[in-house]
Ligand binder design. Structure first.
Ligand code: PRT
Ligand code: MG
Length: 218
């Protein structure tokens, strides 16, 4: 049995064409079914649905043989679990693209605050990425960990800035926030458990090769 960990939503949707290239069709719609283990058209392959931020954990500890996860989630996972068994990362799937950026209220003078060497309050789900970014820049920050709705933090005075994912920029605009720094570009990665890759080499290689052949260039 080969177990693939996916999260519902954009990662699931954008992985479907790659699965199709591997001859794998998921037999149930996760938006309609309550099942967390989904059978596929290949009896030896199943999909498990987990929280996006749990995909690296499932694959690292062997709850799944492989998974699809955003680079944001993968980097943050690796920073929170140093010394964890390293995941094999054979492919950039070029799906679920976005960027990690710093955003502030449109009336906040970020450049001035940075020049002044002010201490910035930064709210984010990406504490590891944010800490490294501001440390490299030489900006002192107080990091406030949030689990969602980061956009609210500058509007309520909880923080001066946020570090969050941006794709179209519409969410920032709707909340009167502006992007002031682009930290990194993000896409989703295939991750594989190293022991599974050894034990189930042939079937896993076949899936990696099929995914590779189906990656779309920009
Ligand atoms: O929701 P949950 O807490 O379970 O997990 P999650 O939010 O991490 O999962 P999900 O499915 O929302 O995101 C999974 C992955 O998709 C992320 O880890 C990214 O790698 C990738 N991705 C790509 C995005 C976006 N684009 C994106 N736009 N993830 C989230 N967003 C959010 C962003 O946080 C912001 O709130 O969409 C909003 C901004 O979108 P725009 O288009 O208005 O800029
Ligand atoms: Mg989400």
């Amino acid at each position: 049995m080969i177990t693939l960990a996916l999260s519902k939503g954009r990662i699931f949707e954008e992985t479907l064409p790659l699965l199709a290239a591997a001859g794998i069709e998921v037999l149930e719609d996760p938006e309609k079914s309550r099942k967390l283990i989904l059978p596929t058209s290949r009896p030896e392959v199943r999909v498990v649905l987990v929280r996006a931020s749990d995909v690296p954990t499932y694959v690292e500890y062997g709850g799944a043989d492989l998974g699809v996860t955003g680079l944001d989630t993968l980097l943050e996972h690796n920073m929170e679990h140093p010394g964890g068994a390293s995941l094999v990362q054979p492919l950039d799937l070029r799906i679920a693209k976005c960027r990690v950026s710093v955003a502030v209220r449109s009336d906040f003078d970020y450049a001035h605050a940075v020049r002044q060497g002010s201490r910035l309050k930064v709210a984010t789900k990406y504490v590891g990425i944010a800490r490294e970014f501001f440390a490299t820049k030489g900006v002192h920050v107080d990091l406030i960990k949030l689990y969602g709705s980061m956009e609210l933090a500058p509007l309520t005075g909880l923080a001066d800035a946020i570090v969050d994912l941006v794709s179209t920029g519409n969410t920032l605009k709707a909340n009167h926030l502006v992007e002031v720094e682009r930290i990194m570009d993000i896409s989703s990665r295939l991750v594989v458990n190293p022991a599974a890759l050894k034990l189930k080499r042939e079937p896993i290689r076949q899936i990696i090769d099929a995914f590779a052949s189906a990656i779309r260039p920009d």
